[in-house]
Design a protein around this ligand. Sequence first.
Ligand SMILES: [Ca+2]
Ligand SMILES: [Ca+2]
Ligand SMILES: [Ca+2]
Length: 694
Amino acid sequence: MKKLLLVLATMAICLALLPVGRSSIRADGPTPVSVPAEDGDTSIQADGPTPVSVPAEENANFVDIVAVPQLATVPEGKLEVSDGVVEIPQSVRAPAEEVAVNTPQTDPRGVSPPLPGDFKASAGSVTVMAVWTTDESGNNKSTFNCGNSIRYYGYVNNSTGGMVTAYFQWSVNGPCGPIASWSGYLNAGAGNWWWCLPATIPSNTCAGTYTYELNVTYGGSTSSKSITFTVNCAGGVTVTSVWTTDGSGNNKSTFNCGDSIRYHGYVNNSTGGTVTAYFQWSVNGPCGPIVSWSVYSNADAGNWWWCLPATIPSNACAGMYTYQLSVTYGGSTSSKSITFTVNCAGGVTVTSVWTTDGTDGSRNNKSTFNCGDSIGYYGNIYNNTGSFKTAYFSWSVTGPCGSIASWSGNLTTSNGNVWWYLLTTILSNACPGTYTYQLSVTYAGSTSSKSTTFTVNCGSTDMSFEQTVGGGLSNSFPRANYSFAASAGQSASIRMFAYSGSLNTYIKLYTPDGQLFAEDDDGAGVGYNSFLVRQLPQSGTYRLEATRYGSTSGDYRLRLEAGLEADLGDLDRNCVVDEADRQRMVNSIGTSDQNADLNLDGVVNSIDYSILLGRIGRSCNWIEGTLELLDLEGGCWVVTDNLGVHYELYGPLAGEINRPENIGKRIRIAGRVRTDLVLSCMVGPIFEVFAYEF
Ligand SMILES: [Ca+2]
Ligand SMILES: [Ca+2]
Ligand SMILES: [Ca+2]
């Protein structure tokens, strides 16, 4: 209770130092705010943090804010062909009325072009004798550019001797599919006639070799001829249209925050082959971009549509957005854009937090610090309400020994992305380990938080078994760290004595993975000095923290010895303080034998001898028995040995043993009987646990 009251008093002092309700935000630079870690042992200058508006160029970290769709979310292969087929541009389908059926030519061979060979037709049939292509004036031509006029000619012989109706089919196919087709019934007079289908090479078709074929069917048989011609196009990759849909592909142009959205684009590749083009999707709104994604990708010849599936960020700003798709190929960029609307409730949220080296100029990201280092606690805040809003900000930083920094208060933040920071320093006496920094912002009743962790490495002095170290503790230096290496199963006996000032010693022992393993305040049984014995559970480097109780100060000595010692005075470390130890002590009187200098005052004298004498008979022999919960005094945990003796366990490890799931289990415990303590049950000896095994 004494300790608790002191802690509460300390907390009250610390709270009084905090900038409660203070909002004197200065514009001329950030002010460090630190908060006492513990024990009130800190010299803190409390003041408010300074809001920092983000320079535009430094605020472009929207990639961290919105979920930018990744390539992997695009449907497999990235390319999808509409309706499963290559779409033919509608404009190139020749309407039927454009088919010019020429009047009969009495002497077709006089018409250009000169017809090859002899056109004798078999009797009773309609036969395609020849096909060719010309320009719009009828001049023979077999190489065209995109957009050129073209005429698809056919020379047809009707040997039936009279007018018949036959079925004519024109088809023109190229590397990207058909570019012209027409079919229908036409009357063909007896003799030789030519026919032609006027058309245009589409401006966005693919370059390459095309095949023109004319089929005529009459009387159940079909006659065909085909030729090839060449189309040369400058070629390019262009965006022909863009649109947005919901996640299922239905057209949609008004969304809510959090909705699925697909950004579609229709792209034509008129180069005649597969090329690699640079695709850029960008979506910008009132608070900046919500999507920015680009990729070099192969685009096959012809028309294809692409789509980028995404989600309107839940914290997007409401308003009008512009979606643009740009494709760059061969040095030229083609773009199309459209707008859509987003409706959101709006709020102020934390979107990311991070730590920096704390220097105002460079602000380098940093996540591993040493004690005493400057540190900046940063947070990205997203206000999508459309205007300045005042929100409640709360910074907290906690580590192995509690809080090392905190600040809270109202801050007014502008619309869009803004970052804020709190500059301070890692206390020079902070505990090493992993710290968690969290920033919470509360606005309109809802709180948004982000947290991150960082590491603090603070200097510790190497020490080894059978070594005595020392130093001074004060408000400005309330703890000293020592490191020692040990193996699993090895035991350590540690004592810490004050020899000046008001110092009330306190020992904390941390395992190699940073967990507090054992601690002792006054276990030496001599004044307020400390003595701790433990079997060590892991191999590795342990940290021994020599600290103090309350705000006491003074010089100390700390000694680490190997082995299980029953108590101070178990000089031969055989788990009992007995005559053998007394003899060793007698022999050491007047020497500087540190093993026998029980109170670490630098001399072995009658004081050490009397400490030992008071402990004769104390042992740490193993006890073995069954864990029971006796129905006494509201429940008494005991280990009952084979003689029926109830041992009431004591110390931090007792809490690990005294658990319902262990009732009835056999257990072996090493420790010592404490005759200097009285616990509530009073059913048998009090046994301080040093080590145990079930
Ligand atoms: Ca103490
Ligand atoms: Ca002994
Ligand atoms: Ca001494």
